[in-house]
Structure formats: structure tokens, C-alpha cells
Design a protein around this ligand. Structure first.
Ligand code: ATP
Ligand code: MG
Ligand code: NA
Ligand code: MG
Length: 278
């Protein structure tokens, strides 16, 4: 479990509709270094992709940065996908002192960044009230480092109505001749009235996978990512409602993402959400 753990000692639930109990240990920077030493000693330190998510300790995050720098030296074409997990809906769920580390050290190393609206606002110090704001924030994030930025969810109004949430993406690719290509897209995602755990992780993982297949085609990578999300969430809510019975809200246990059952959709999603090029 990786999210919404208030502190290491007291693992109290803080979000309605999510798990009531959170357990586990916070790995220290020292412990991470020991694992990394083992990887180096065995010569298995060649990676094409690194994906990071929830972290709540400064020295751990700084060690992650050091390790990624080394791994990028070993493989200059390594792609670092950073989900800068800090909070949601106006509240931080990691210590505030992680923000400057993300801003100054982590984001500059990232190739692909998947913040939600609140995290993008924290990183840039800009509020997002309009699509223009979102575009400006994504450009500011590009200036900090990553050539691909996806705002995985925003509360911007959707043209399709209030049953949709809006996600936006931006890709700025430096071509060998020195010129830039710039693609900006926007997606309306059908909202499901339930709280899921692991959707942010699945989104970041799918961005990694589909960017691998479509490295210079943000529109297709995002459409496939969001379509996978849709298929998994649809299968999950259908099953959960069935288990809960008529008129009853599903429990968090019934809302566990139906990942294994969605294998075929994850590998080859039917496109159900089309991205609009801005
Ligand atoms: P992070 O996990 O990094 O904080 P986030 O807050 O954007 O990022 P989620 O809120 O889990 O992560 O949303 C990620 C994606 O999951 C959304 O883009 C959407 O595709 C899907 N998703 C999550 N919850 C729902 C929901 N209730 N209805 C429909 N889609 C959802
Ligand atoms: Mg969210
Ligand atoms: Na996100
Ligand atoms: Mg989330």
C-alpha cells in the first residue's frame, strides 16, 4: 500500500471510501541504498525505464534522485516516468518539505510527469482555473525538465457535462535539427461515482507502456492510457455493484481494481476516449 498514510506510526484512515487500514514500513534511504548496491554488484543495473510514485521521506527521495542520475549515466536513453505524488483536492498527504525536493531535484530529471491538478499547481505555484491556465502550467513544467507532461485529472468544466473529468497532456520534443515539436491534447473522461485505490499508479504505468509504443505520438499514448483506465474501472464498478446488491454502495474491498480480469483490455484497449488536439 502506498497512499494516504498519515505518518509511519499512526496509520489512520483519512479518506472516506478508501481502505480503513494502512500497514507497512517506510523504507529508509539507507535501506534503498543497500538494495541498489546489490543490483550493482550483480551487474543488473541497466534499465530502460524507471517509474517512481509515492514517497514520504526527503532522504529517500534524494537517494532516488542519486540512483536515477547514475542509471541515466549507464544508459543515456533511460526514460524516467515521475508521478509526483503529493496530494489531491487541495490537501497534501506527504510532508510539505518534499515539495522543494520535487521542484529542484526530481522534476528536472523526469522525462514524463503525471501530476494531478493539485500537484501541478504545487510544483508551479500557479492555480488552474481555465484551460489556458492548464496550458501555461504544462509549459512551466516543461521548462523545469520533462518533455512529456500529463495532468491526469482536473476539475475544469467538461464540454460533455459534469459527469466527465478533464485530463490534459503536452509534449515538447527537441528534434536533432534543434527545432521543437509541440503537441497539446485534452480528454473528457467519464466519471464513475466511487473511490478507487491504485488508479493513479495504473495511469502512470500505462503512460510508460504506451509512450514506449508511441514515443512521439502523445495523442495515441494518452488515448490508449485513458481507454485502459476506462475498461478497468468499468469492469470493477460493474462487479462491485453486483457484489454489493441493489441499492447498496460497494465496499472498498469490492472496489479492488479488476486487474487480472482486464488483462486483454490492458494489452490491447479498444479506444473509447478520443483526445482533442488543442
Ligand atoms: P496521483 O495518483 O498521482 O495523485 P491522480 O490524483 O490524478 O494522480 P487519480 O485521481 O486516481 O490519480 O486519477 C487517475 C486516473 O484514474 C484518471 O485520469 C481517470 O482515468 C481514472 N479515475 C480515477 N478515479 C476515477 C473515477 N471515479 N471515475 C472515472 N475515472 C477515474
Ligand atoms: Mg486524484
Ligand atoms: Na497523477
Ligand atoms: Mg491519486
Amino acid at each position: 500500500c502506498r497512499r494516504r498514510r498519515p505518518t509511519q506510526k499512526s496509520l489512520e484512515p483519512i479518506q472516506m471510501g478508501s481502505y480503513a487500514h494502512w500497514k507497512g514500513q517506510v523504507l529508509t534511504a539507507e535501506e534503498l541504498n543497500v538494495l541498489y548496491e546489490g543490483i550493482k554488484l550483480n551487474n543488473v543495473n541497466h534499465y530502460d525505464y524507471i517509474l517512481t510514485g509515492y514517497s514520504r521521506d526527503i532522504s529517500f527521495l534524494e537517494t532516488v534522485v542519486d540512483i536515477i542520475k547514475e542509471l541515466k549515466k549507464a544508459n543515456p536513453s533511460l526514460v524516467y516516468v515521475c508521478d509526483p505524488v503529493m496530494g489531491d483536492q487541495g490537501a497534501m498527504y506527504v510532508p510539505e518539505n518534499l515539495l522543494p525536493v520535487y521542484k529542484n531535484k526530481v522534476v528536472p530529471l523526469a522525462d514524463i510527469l503525471t501530476p494531478n491538478q493539485f500537484e501541478a499547481e504545487l510544483l508551479t505555484g500557479r492555480k488552474i482555473n481555465t484551460e489556458e491556465d492548464a496550458i501555461e502550467v504544462m509549459d512551466l513544467l516543461h521548462k523545469m525538465g520533462p518533455e512529456t507532461v500529463v495532468l491526469t485529472s482536473t476539475d475544469l468544466p467538461s464540454k460533455q457535462g459534469d459527469q466527465f473529468l478533464v485530463a490534459l497532456g503536452s509534449q515538447k520534443i527537441k528534434k536533432p535539427d534543434g527545432t521543437n515539436t509541440d503537441q497539446k491534447i485534452c480528454m473528457d473522461i467519464p466519471k464513475v461515482d466511487a473511490v478507487f485505490v491504485g488508479t493513479g499508479d495504473l495511469f502512470a504505468a500505462m503512460m510508460l507502456a504506451w509512450t514506449h509504443h508511441h514515443p512521439k505520438d502523445l495523442k495515441t499514448a494518452c488515448e490508449k492510457t485513458v481507454s485502459v483506465m476506462h475498461h478497468v474501472i468499468k469492469r470493477t464498478i460493474t462487479y462491485a455493484n453486483e457484489m454489493a446488491g441493489p441499492g447498496k454502495r460497494p465496499t472498498p474491498a469490492q472496489l479492488e481494481l479488476r486487474m487480472v480480469q482486464s488483462k486483454a483490455d490492458i494489452e490491447n484497449p479498444t479506444i473509447v476516449v478520443e483526445a482533442k488536439v488543442l
